[in-house]
Write a protein that binds this ligand. Structure first.
Ligand code: ZN
Length: 276
């Protein structure tokens, strides 16, 4: 997807139906996908195949078979991607999300929780200030032991230049080594993570789907589940996606423009409410 410069575009008009629903919501869930990170300049999975990596197929690096065949190559690719993410910054869409709960509370007069379910493996939501972020596809920043499964922190910075091979660090608890903390092709989502995501959908009043193509399962099931449960589902996406005809409302705009406009509109309503 092409990135768009949000600074030169007029703010979009927030659909009235979206404001009407969100004004009543007590539990809002935001499901974010690759489009949201792309607006921050994070290369998508496929775009990350340049330079040293251009002769590889990402499908052949992001799988248990690739890991078994050449751990040092796979680890080096993920370390390079971690470095790319560290150079990127949260965009205005990421930054608006942690401010939505307070803006909604001022408009509605009741407490509002905003949870994020993301398919992205970067940490831009966290760096923007969101506290409740569920990474259904794992995270580039949460390696774990390939044998005992214990999580571990990174000891150092990723290399500044791409390297073809890097030995993965050893686990401090067992004979294993650390593996990237992401869900690979051919792997299921961790049960507890998926159950948590399902529960968030069951408990929410409204779901906002932002920058996801709706083609990666099972994550793409979440908006459908919400609709089956008669929840309102809004989509923010500059493109028509596989979800667009399944949601309650498709708002054709980017994450950065749309979420910023939404926050501004809610804050405007809050000010209006205080006027005599
Ligand atoms: Zn271990």
């Amino acid at each position: 997807m092409a990135t768009q410069d949000s600074s030169t575009q007029a703010p979009p008009i927030v659909p009235r139906a979206m404001l009407d629903v969100l004004r009543e919501a007590r539990r809002l869930v935001i499901l974010s996908g690759a489009g949201m990170s792309a607006e921050s300049g994070v290369p998508t999975f496929r775009d990350a195949m340049e330079g040293l990596w251009e002769k590889f197929d990402p499908m052949e690096l992001a799988s248990p078979a690739a890991w078994d065949a050449d751990r040092e190559r796979v680890w080096a690719w993920y370390e390079w991607r971690r470095g790319l993410v560290q150079q990127a910054q949260p965009n205005p869409g990421h930054l608006a999300i942690p401010k939505l709960a307070e803006a909604l509370k001022k408009v509605s007069g009741h407490d509002v929780t905003v949870d994020v379910i993301t398919q992205n493996v970067d940490d831009l939501h966290e760096r923007a200030g969101s506290k409740h972020v569920l990474h259904v596809h794992g995270s580039l920043f949460a390696p774990s032991c390939c044998l005992c499964g214990r999580g571990e922190q990174f000891a150092g910075a990723p290399p500044s230049e791409p390297v073809a091979r890097m030995p993965p660090p050893k686990c401090r608890y067992c004979e294993g080594v650390l593996r990237p903390g992401v869900v690979w092709f051919g792997e299921g989502l961790p049960n507890h993570v998926w159950r948590h995501a399902e529960q968030l959908i069951v408990d929410c009043d409204a779901l906002l789907v932002v920058g996801t193509s709706g083609v990666v399962y099972p994550a793409a099931r979440l908006p459908v589940m919400a609709r089956e449960d008669d929840k309102w589902v809004g989509e923010i996406n500059p493109n028509v996606s596989d979800l667009s005809d399944k949601v309650s409302l498709h708002w054709q705009t980017t994450a950065a423009l749309g979420l910023t406009a939404l926050l501004d509109a809610l804050r405007g309503e809050a000010v209006t409410r205080r006027l005599p």
